[in-house]
Design a protein around this ligand. Sequence first.
Ligand code: S3P
Length: 745
Amino acid sequence: MTVSTEKRCVNKLVVVGIGLIGGSLAAALKQERACREVIGVARREQTCVDAVRLGVCDRAVLSIGDIAAELGAGDVIFIAVPTLTVDKVLADIKAVVSPDVTITDGASVKGSVVAAVCAIYGELPPQFVAGHPIAGSERSGVEASNPDLYRQHRVILTPTAETGAEHLALVEAMWQAVGAEVLMMPVEEHDDVLAATSHLPHAIAYSLVDTLAHDSENENIFRYAAGGFRDFTRIASSDPVMWHDIMKANKTSVLKALDLFAENLSRLRGAIEREDSEQLLGVFTRAKAARDHFTKMLTKQAYSPSMQDKEITYRVQPGGSVSGQLRVPGDKSISHRSIMLGSLADGVTDVEGFLEGEDALATLQAFRDMGVVIEGPDHGRVRIHGVGLHGLQAPPGPLYVGNSGTSMRLLAGLLAGQDFDAELTGDESLSKRPMNRVANPLREMGAEIETAEGGLPPVKIKGGAKLKAINYVMPMASAQVKSCVLLAGLYADGETVVTEPAPTRDHTERMLNGFGYPVAREGATAKLQSGGKLTATAIEVPADISSATFFMVAAAIAPGSDVTLTHVGINPTRVGVINILRLMGADLTLSNEREVGGEPVADIHIKYAPLKGIEIPEDQVPLAIDEFPALFVAAACAEGTTILRGAEELRVKESDRIQVMADGLQTLGVKADPTPDGIVIEGGSFGGGEVESHGDHRIAMSFTVAALRAGGEIVIRNCANVATSFPTFIALAQQAGIALQVEEG
Ligand code: S3P
């Protein structure tokens, strides 16, 4: 016989109203053995009998007065009656129950309950903790009691200044004991949120079914009603008295939500009447994106804001080789720019090969938030209904761009030219990255920009500034800064000129030209004149050379390897990795070179060949800026010393890539000495170990590849962000021959 351990938190639980909500809490606490006794209180004798027969309660009585004398500190009364009956129950309780007993409720409206308590007690007594479990079912009555109803559901408590801490703690512990997640919220906020998310949908579902039921054709309508009707109207089978009460008790907030909905519905009606495809697609694509996001949140799947919560570990067995023909996903830099410029263009832009990674998706969502209709992405295809240079609309709130520095910095430039205010926010890593490099030149152009202390995100941009063109000589080689200034230049008075200290990726200039917006390039300088327009075009995004890098290095270091990477972008400003690997002795050839949509592409064939250490030419640094973590792994496998200088920019990427790589390599037994602007790596053999990626996607992928030459297993922590740039990395790495296993949790 197994003896279950008792984890009691409540002494006696008294449930007033043993229906779905009350009965489920009773049953759950009993199942969890989290209280000593459950006593039900019901108006009908039969309910009392049923509650005990079904095992929901230990005993049941007809009036709280029958048991009030037994109750004291540590006992909880849970009021689970329809909202408008709560005051009557409270009046009964006040007459007979001691102030030591904790009282809570489950009503869906909190303002009316709190008002009723105040009216009856003259003030809010410390023993009262207003609460609302966000769980339910269209079923009702004690028979519907379900001990698992609250598991992984949220319970909102709305304590006030008067609420006693010990009572609040007891109610919180009670809900946690039945598997619920407890949140705290002010009363008014609760009622507004619930009006929108629960009360409005119920009102609409009831009204829709009632409308159809009155239709003369109703029999046919219900006979042929398909899944859509059933899904949408399921909640119209809920308890009518309960919902009658909720609508009345939360009248003000419900009316606000209904009015907003009625306005939007009538706009949708207008769009249908006018056959306005743009407007219809706008509503449907935005709604689909929001609903998909919501579904993912609910099922706790990856999506940029929630990825941070995921703890993903890579475990890679040592040895092996890589082979095959691989196509890595679309270029991240070009994907970002396709959404930005497509949105600002006149007409419809079709994109193929778009990177469906979290960074580029963050840009896509930001433009949806600014009113651009974007269809997809669907297998790399995106259709952008451009709104023109002056067609963006104020977003409803801050634009959250997750881990993506490119989104934040390029958007800062573009937003500086809009007539609305905007705020850019990011995740933990992005919130530590410098933004003054873009804020400073934008301020010089006349933009009003605020950052957090030290020039860190969030970045707040005041709308309506009159920008003037500047001649900007960049203090660092950064394509993001260059692009930011050029995008602001689209809105500035005159000719904007940007000069870079070394060549950086020029996708912005190329793509602007592709959209028919002239950008002149003379040596290190790019210039554009405001007042032009972008005309929609088709874009084919090549495979990302930065993602291909991991397989290039893999093949270069692992004996027996032979890999072909197809359709890779080989823009001359991005090919540092090819040049450096060749200098190290890699066997790497390009074939099938051609140009797609203004960008050169090729197939890259790479076979294992012994590598040697080199001094990396400094002019290659900006051309390989994202590839160094992987190149450090190549250096660790090369014969001799590799020295990198002039790469201090690596310290302000998604992590401090010099320090983080040095730490990881040292853990594996590699001699890797960081310097202020680079690193010195002694090549040779190394072992396994556990390394930390610090949430940096490229660090995680680099150490995955390192395992091919390691003497033992490599465990890499914190790998969730690989999804920002290379969502298919795990599958491709496994397919190529890397013994990678993923652990979650
Ligand atoms: C990028 C520019 C580079 C690069 C980043 C993407 C771009 O950043 O590291 O991954 O798309 O413009 P910097 O401009 O900071 O060098």
